[in-house]
Design a protein around this ligand. Sequence first.
Ligand SMILES: Cc1cc2nc3c(=O)[nH]c(=O)nc-3n(C[C@H](O)[C@H](O)[C@H](O)COP(=O)(O)O)c2cc1C
Length: 192
Amino acid sequence: MKVIGINGSPRKDGNTAILIQTVFQELNRQGIETELIQLSGQNIRGCTACYACVEKKDKQCIITDDPFNACLAQMIAADGILLGSPVYSAGVTSQMKAFIDRASMVLAANRGLLRYKAGAAVVAARRGGAISAFDTLNHFLHSKEMFLVGSTYWNMVYGRNIGEVQKDEEGIGNMKNLGQNMAWLLQKLHSQ
Ligand SMILES: Cc1cc2nc3c(=O)[nH]c(=O)nc-3n(C[C@H](O)[C@H](O)[C@H](O)COP(=O)(O)O)c2cc1C
């Protein structure tokens, strides 16, 4: 089994990456493979509303000069998806928004590609807006027929500079629990 993590931060290996890796550690402990995709520096463009994906239904976006299609293919192949974003202006980053806008449209045109996968969202914030960023990520996962994994609080952890999230003891504990819950769900989904 494999879980793909998508980090929407333009800051590679920053706080959001730390949160995703914290969840990953618990998944790895249960023998679940993980892979982190960082959108930083990938220049993934936004949806151009051309609706070519709706016409073609070929499971991809017509824009091919960025790595979006490769990321989407990895999501489709995975058993679980972990979306992570820092909070920017009380929402997700523009990098993450561009990614989920395009993924939403391609996946709406090709229904069921993420159906029955386990999904979770995590956000890193300095102070405010975490719940709306968290909601945006969950709206995507929910609308693609995924099973959302919960934890003991909403998945937001506080810190500004890289590494500061480690000091948010409750938040990090919540990430660990999220990883354990995701592993539990994946094992149930794949046990026959
Ligand atoms: C352009 C910009 C906008 C931000 N907006 C917010 C915000 O609205 N609320 C907040 O709590 N933190 C905000 N932050 C702080 C980041 O969410 C915080 O530093 C986070 O830990 C960064 O995670 P990263 O290291 O994964 O990029 C903002 C940071 C930047 C650079």
